[in-house]
Design a binder for this molecule. Structure first.
Ligand SMILES: [Zn+2]
Length: 158
């Protein structure tokens, strides 16, 4: 896997086209354990150097369903994630941003609580219940992997 260290920018036409495509399922059979470890550590490094708290693989040009996140000092790497439960109740956020939309923030809403299911880096099933900032981050990253940007669907109408 060739990893692009540049984060795609949704203002670029070509990048935007890629960002708005749903990613392919991550196939554990096609990658060695060391490749996967390297992918996770590189994505983490790119995210942290950009001062982000989440990064989806398609933001660095990989058509693959995986994201990394770091919230409250805890690091997550989730493969083939889906949100399997979400509350009707929403939290609102003053200014959500995105590494692919530099300089853009908007007030948004997202489920107050949700359940994320997917796989860890060993392909083992995982299930995480999240609320607050962690729920928002998971929602944001799963949106990315589905080809959606936060400005597409979760902006509070003022
Ligand atoms: Zn983003």
């Amino acid at each position: 896997m060739n990893i692009n260290t540049k984060i795609l920018n949704a203002r670029d036409k070509k990048d935007a086209k890629f960002l708005r495509k749903k990613t392919a399922k991550f196939d554990f059979k096609k990658h060695t354990k060391s490749e996967i470890t390297k992918l996770v550590s590189q994505m983490k490094a790119i995210m942290l150097s950009a001062n982000g708290q989440g990064l989806a693989a398609n933001q660095i040009g990989l058509n693959s369903s995986v994201f990394v996140a770091q919230v409250d000092g805890k690091f997550y790497a989730v493969f083939n994630p889906t949100i399997t439960k979400a509350t009707e109740e929403k939290d609102t956020w003053q200014g959500e941003g995105c590494l692919s939309l530099p300089g853009v923030t908007a007030p948004t809403y997202s489920p107050a609580k949700l359940t994320l299911e997917g796989q860890d880096k060993n392909g083992k099933k995982l299930k995480i219940k999240a609320w607050g900032m962690l729920a928002l981050t998971f929602q944001h990253e799963v949106d990315h992997l589905n080809g959606k940007l936060f400005i597409d669907r979760r902006v509070v109408n003022s």
